[in-house]
Design a protein around this ligand. Sequence first.
Ligand SMILES: Cc1cc2nc3c(=O)[nH]c(=O)nc-3n(C[C@H](O)[C@H](O)[C@H](O)COP(=O)(O)O)c2cc1C
Length: 551
Amino acid sequence: MASSVITLHYHDQTKHHFRRFARSVGYLDWATQPDPFRRYDGAPVAELPRARVADAVPYAALFDGTAPAAPFTRPSIAEFLRCSMGLSAWKQYGASRWALRVNPSSGNLHPTEAYLLAEGRLWHYAPREHALEERGRLDEAAWTGWFRSPSGAEGFLVALTSIHWREAWKYGERAFRYCQHDAGHAIGALRLAAALLGWQLALLPRWSDAQLATLLGLDRDADFPDAEREEPECLAVVSGGDASWWVARDPEALVDAARMAAWRGTANRLSPGRVEWPMIDEIAAVTRYPGGRDPEAGIRGPGSGIGNRRTLAPSDAPPHRRTAAPSHQRGTSARAILLQRRSALAFDRESGLSRDAFAGMLRRLRPPSPPWDAIDWLPHVHLALFVHRVEGLAPGVYAYLRDPAVLPEWTAAMRQEFLWAAVNDPDDLFLLAPLDCRRLANRVSCDQDIAEDGFFSLAMIARVESSLREHGEWFYRRLYWECGLIGQVLYLEAETTGGRATGIGCFYDDPVHDVLGLSGHTWQSLYHFSMGVPVDDPRLTTEPGYGWETR
Ligand SMILES: Cc1cc2nc3c(=O)[nH]c(=O)nc-3n(C[C@H](O)[C@H](O)[C@H](O)COP(=O)(O)O)c2cc1C
């Protein structure tokens, strides 16, 4: 099968339908539940400092680049990891106790592992202990020769991998999608934690996945004797200034150094047994990134021209019982918001969102501000929103274009009866159909109340078929990363309004397309999302992520 056919075949095979879910074992086999914490037995462990380095940075600085640049020291690197991939809480219900993390994950299964390469040493981050495990030591001269920039700017590398089995244990074949969403959320978490410290973060497009596997020791069979393997996802540079020098750097000398490195540690086995999902191995292989892309070339967002816009009259929608508004974001601590992010389990069904907060959060979803400067492609994902309670907006189905050039394509691709009435705040938000769409949103999001009970829910609609054809199969993963980045921004924005959000990976794919009138594979829904005022479950108790931190 040609590779693009394999990717679209995987995509179709892992769709949920009203009468049939994507293939999984269909029950939770608790005996093989994967350990959420990877460790490398025998690798030296270095505990990380616990100091709060960036307490005073205001939330808005995450996006406007005004946080003062921290020096590259152990406490600041520890803070970077703590505020991106660390633990945010421990929850308990009866005898069950589980950790939550700063980065969200479908089913809280956390397939994403993080690595750090600094001063020639490769470290695996162990979030439970907030510690680093030394996996490899590269030749110092080789490291310095590769990393030291002519400007003398400091920094380090950070990488992400996925352990597919963690998600496949619960979700079967659809799990590869969730691993990619989670990787996108983690990229967003890393980028915004870098912004907290006044640093830049950029993915390195010249590195192939094979080169990354060598750099991280993932291709060392002897270190994974009976452990679940890790799939390389991405490598990024974190720097105090412009990252373009590292972005353009040829990887090969550093890959050679990794081949000659002194390696330590053996990966732990996460489950006593596992179910094989050959389709996941196949889609992983087909979407591996071949690397070598010229960073100057970049990847544009397709589309052209601006179509006709009709202007929408102000809505006479009734006011809501309680309205969540942007809370003086200047004063809100960015660190506090990053660490308090959680998924809502249920919403109160009555609170509304202020128009300012809604417009503000949509604007944050567009480049070039962080986290969008971490990636080198322009928007390929746009939003179809199911608005329930946003002040001054009629309930209904809306479109928000993250790139206005896509308007003519979307108007042509979607239902002819849609209004496309421009809502001028923010730009490029359009009312398609005024209606009470609460039941509809619930139904298409796998009958989940969270899609119905909040301020709004939404579908992230990605340009799939032509992107794969133009860029390559590897771009399939990036489309999910883009969705994860959108989700990560919205999770944080929800917290600043006094609301809360929840990612929604479970939705009925083609029924969503039917609602919008989309056909074929040009545009596909890849991720749903919801936001509202949360209703907590009083049976759950909460403790801090780390015993040494009090709240
Ligand atoms: C990609 C993704 C898909 C998710 N899908 C759903 C979903 O369909 N329904 C749901 O209730 N929660 C969903 N969640 C929320 C997760 O269950 C939640 O992130 C996880 O339990 C960890 O909790 P936390 O976000 O509070 O840290 C999803 C989260 C992510 C990142």
